[in-house]
Design a protein around this ligand. Sequence first.
Ligand code: C2O
Ligand code: CU
Ligand code: CU
Length: 572
Amino acid sequence: MKKNLFAALLAVLSFQQYRAQNPLAIPDTLSGTNFNLSIYDTSHVFYPNFTTQTFGINAGYLGPTLFFNRGDSVEITVNNMLSDTTTIHWHGLHVASYNDGGPHTYILPSSGWNPKFKIRDCASTFWYHPHLHMKTNLHATKGAAGMIIVRDSAEAALVLPRKYGTDDFPLVLQSKHFDAAKQIVTETAYDSVMMVNGTIDPYLQVPAQVVRFRLLNASSERVYNCGLQGNMVFYQVGSDGGLLAAPVSMTRLRLAPGERAEILVDFSGLNGQNINLLSFSSEFPNGYYGSANPAAMGNGTIAGYSANALNGADFNIMQFQVVASTANPVTTIPVSLVTVTPLSSSSSVQSRTLTFEPQNMGPSQMLNGPFEINNATFMMNVINYTIPFGNIETWTLSNQTAIAHPFHIHDVQFYILDINGSAPPANQQGRKDVVLVPAQQTVTFITQFDDFCDSVPYMYHCHMLPHEDDGMMGQFIVSCPSVSTGPEQVEADALVIFPNPATDGHFILQGEAVGRIERIAVSDISGRIVYASPVQAGNTYELHFGNLPSGLYTVHMTGPDFIQHRKIQLIR
Ligand code: C2O
Ligand code: CU
Ligand code: CU
């Protein structure tokens, strides 16, 4: 009894007396509408006197924080200076599939990629990382990842901290495994070193006022249970894809790989104090990567897991050292934020069930995989779903394995309808692109596949990167509509297609709007894409159909700021 009391006292004291050693690195920023990113095979010093081989983007480790404004058309040049092929995916952004940077959009060594897209997302925190099939974990764990901050007018109208590096801070959480020579090892069950923004044992000076943190779980597998020392209250204001309707007061925030959360902490009156941010992983139920036992049931184990001191423990993530407040500080937590209007379940026209299972049954496989979705492992050349443009759908994720999986889908943000039959907690009622599906539970979400259709597929997958690399991934295409329903129509005479019908197999596109086209896809009457190509058009463009049979087709023209669908007829 006395001993327990003593241990508890010691734990409290050690949290209070602990003094973090290293100033938190704050990633550089890039803003405007033209962005240059170069991915390097480089090095970084995590430990004094050791040089660690890393991947970095315009830096030795991680990449710059990109600032985008909703409504802007941005152009990004990504240079791959690695000796390996890679891709860069804009996680959470609603962009056309050929701009999304999935596994099909290779960037070969010593070459570049040049996506252009309009920012359509709400103000929130997104991120970017490589997505080459079977190499996402390697490339991301080596350090090729960065944060994206989208701003919009609704967010700008609120009294929120938004001075980057002053009262608004990015916190990229990662746990990693280093070998004796301090080189990164990607066998992640040994990920016992915690870092934030690439800094081990970091402290950050924060002003004595309301401060905003943008938390990103960029770890390969680990789930965190974030909380402040002494159970100090904080407020979640944003989920993956946007602000919440109102701040949610909380003392614990569960953050799974791929998820983001914006939180406010009120440090008013705490000048001179040190407050630690911890992961209270001892409180996790079994079945999360990070809890004492990663298996919700059965007797499987993960190699290296039980020896990893972070698992099932309450550990420090970083330390906030409160200093004097700034000029014009934010001192109150807003009462409400933005209007969040979830899609109503009655508007769904299609439901799908995705079942997670191990490829082979057995206690070890239930925990380690390889896992599959609906009995299928990822195949680059298999389209798992063809989704009609504009569809509102409900997807039910059924986890039949022994461990929780963070499910992520590209293209869209979704709204969680239920978690194992119950309404989601308030902080998960906003826009989401990752949801943690606990072992033996189901999650249902609703989403709409609007704005983009093309023959390039989008991905959905588990965001535990070794699971994704092992094939716990699938892909869908959004098939184009057969009528002109684009949300941003151009004037009829700004884009003319003639002759129509055409008898010699070629059409001419003419008009001012032609210069805004970056991509043309053509579907046949069944919605199947029969032609897709990037274009660099001036005011005229010729479409040649060497061998398409007679019939009605729809031409889908997309650019960063418009979408247009037109019917054409081919007569042979
Ligand atoms: Cu963050 Cu498909 O990934
Ligand atoms: Cu993504
Ligand atoms: Cu998984």
